[in-house]
Design a protein around this ligand. Structure first.
Ligand code: DQA
Length: 153
């Protein structure tokens, strides 16, 4: 029997998250994005998922990548960073994507400045993980693995 194709997950990070490790480590931890991504990759192997990573500081590049993900990826894990609180364009692109989207924040956005409690993305997300640091990405991946295998059965 031919091997079933692995569902592919796109893991996206928005502006300033390329500076993880040195950027406000008391809020965001001391791991670099590369270090977190390699841990996500290891977990994806364990869960039988394919994974691709994309980070950009630019809203348009994030929107372009989400548009391209339509039909090409089974789910998206996204930390939209500051665009969480401002971007109707990213929300609309994610709604167009159509598959399950999990919104992740390293910090607990509800314990911080008031403006961070507003998310344009949460309304179209399957779920939101905030405040668990890098473990939020791992939880999101586990959720998608469980959801996608349920849909297949
Ligand atoms: C963040 C929270 C946002 O408010 C902030 O702009 C970020 C990171 C987080 O992961 O906690 O850049 O999304």
């Amino acid at each position: 029997m031919p091997k079933a194709k692995k569902p592919k997950i796109l893991v996206m990070n928005g502006p300033n998250l390329n500076m993880l490790g040195t950027r406000e480590p008391h809020l965001y931890g001391s791991d670099t994005l590369e270090a977190i991504n390699s841990q996500i990759r290891a977990l994806a192997v364990e869960l039988g998922l394919g994974v691709e990573f994309f980070q950009s500081n630019s809203q348009g590049a994030l929107v372009d990548k989400i548009q391209q993900a339509h039909g090409a990826f089974a789910g998206i894990v996204i930390n939209p960073a500051a665009y969480t609180h401002t971007s109707v364009a990213i929300r609309d692109a994610l709604a167009f994507f159509g598959g399950p989207v999990v919104e992740v924040h390293l910090s607990n956005i509800h314990r911080r400045e008031d403006f961070r409690s507003i998310s344009y993305v949460s309304g179209i997300a399957a779920g939101v993980v905030a405040g668990l640091g890098k473990h939020g990405y791992f939880a999101a991946l586990r959720f998608l693995a469980a959801t996608l295998s349920q849909n297949k059965a």
